[in-house]
Design a protein around this ligand. Structure first.
Ligand code: PMP
Length: 428
């Protein structure tokens, strides 16, 4: 028995399912999860001290690699001044100004503690601002676990929400409309029927929770136009894409200006943090300036702010080299995977935007939607996943998650990963 296996058995006695967030339990790939003892640069180390080249990067934020010395030192310094005050600090202004500068659509910004808090509040704000009730999301997009967002499409393509988790009342779910990602007609149809009462569209501008699916040409532009027509708020959930697909996020990459943006773990350099922000006129509705309530005892936590300021400063100071680097590595990785799969006669297709990538065991040439993503060969993915683990490569333990490159991945890491993938494909 490995130490990870022992720990997982023990964890299940005191933690539901042995984990503090479900995807970590390896349900998507089978087998026991790795328990991590430390991480450094491009590498994760499990409880048995085996090293893995890591493409999860704490689910996105480790753009500069794990345990980056600049961020670590900023945290060490901040810790000396106490862990939390629950009162304003100058660093919160520095952080807000940095976010505003790098994501100009965020004219005002509020810090929270997670992506879930950011999206939950952005939706409340959109409802408060527009005085409308419904929200529109896309099947396969994940925006955290607030009640109104845990809704999937029922039967048929266009449908009123049905809760996808027990504990979400139907009365709440009925205000959530679900459309098809990359299909503007599905959005238009819902607006034609419910447009007077739709407060907002929330979208992952590059979907990262159904593998990696970029928007097709015109999709984000179309959402912008529909929101303008119906005076609905356009929310880009950039928890995953912010500072990842480019310094200014997906909105800069695709040149679309949302009304509100949500950000998450990336802006804390890995510390638990999130933020929402946008048009000053809308943000003015948030308490204490306006009547829409939102609060957080630990929001703007000084340690998280120190880590975030260090991370964002580094990303912006060296933006050209950093974004070229993580993009080139992601490109090389997916091109290499594809070539190796072709050689082994395995049907594979890939997607990639900036330092974010995905691969699908599919004969489809391009994957642009949820349905296609769910029709991929799951058995092959699971087998491939465990072969890669044996090879010392840690990929996201689910076929529905994107992968991430960092500046810490060396050319050798990328080459070794491609070679490992080649051996794995040959065994499928
Ligand atoms: N939005 C998106 C796009 C996400 O990927 C996630 C989590 N991966 C969230 C929101 C929720 O963030 P958190 O887990 O920090 O609550």
């Amino acid at each position: 028995m490995t130490r990870s296996e022992q720990l997982f058995a023990k964890a299940q006695q005191s933690i539901p399912g042995g984990v503090n967030s479900p995807v970590r339990a390896f349900k998507g790939v089978g087998g026991d999860p790795l328990f991590v003892s430390k991480a450094d640069g491009a590498y994760l180390y499990d409880a048995d001290d085996k090293a893995y080249i890591d493409y999860v990067g704490s689910w996105g934020p480790m753009i500069l690699g794990h345990n980056n010395p600049i961020i670590r030192e900023a945290v060490h310094k901040a810790v000396d001044n106490g862990l939390s005050y629950g009162a304003p600090t100058e660093n919160e202004i520095v952080m807000a100004e940095l976010v505003k500068k790098l994501v100009p659509s965020m004219e005002k910004v509020r810090m929270v503690n997670s992506g879930t808090e950011a999206t939950m509040t952005a939706i409340r704000l959109a409802r408060g601002y527009t005085k409308k009730n419904k929200l529109l999301k896309f099947e396969g997009c994940y925006h955290g676990h607030a009640d109104s967002l845990l809704v999937k499409a029922g039967s048929g393509m266009l449908t009123l929400g049905e809760p996808s988790s027990p504990g979400v009342p139907e009365d709440v779910a009925k205000h959530t409309l679900t459309a098809t990602f990359n299909d503007l007609d599905s959005v238009k149809a819902l607006f034609q029927e419910f447009g007077d009462d739709i407060a907002c569209i929330i979208v992952e501008p590059v979907a990262g929770n159904m593998n990696c699916i970029p928007p097709v040409d015109g999709f984000l532009e179309g959402l912008r136009a529909i929101c303008d027509e119906y005076q609905a708020v356009l929310i880009f959930d950039e928890v995953m894409t912010g500072f990842r697909v480019s310094l200014g996020g997906a909105q800069a990459h695709y040149n679309i200006c949302p009304d509100l943006t949500t950000l998450g773990k990336v802006i804390g350099g890995g510390m638990p943090v999130g933020a929402f922000g946008g048009k000053a006129e809308i943000m003015a509705c948030i308490a204490p300036e306006g009547p829409v309530y939102q609060a957080g005892t630990l929001s703007g936590n000084p340690i998280a702010m120190a880590a975030g300021i260090a991370a964002l400063t580094e990303l912006s100071t060296n933006q050209e080299s950093i974004y070229q680097d993580i993009t080139a590595k992601a490109e090389k990785l997916v091109t290499g995977f594809k070539a190796q799969a072709d050689k082994a006669g395995v049907a594979l297709t890939t997607n990639q935007v900036g330092g974010m990538f995905g691969f699908f065991f599919s004969t489809d040439e391009k994957i642009t939607g949820y349905k296609q993503a769910t029709q991929c060969n799951m058995e092959q993915f699971q087998k491939f996943y465990h072969l890669m683990l044996e090879e010392g490569v840690y990929l996201a333990p689910s076929a529905y998650e994107a992968g991430f490159t960092s500046t810490a991945h060396s050319d050798e890491d990328i080459n070794n990963t491609i070679a490992a993938a080649g051996r794995a494909f040959a065994k499928l």
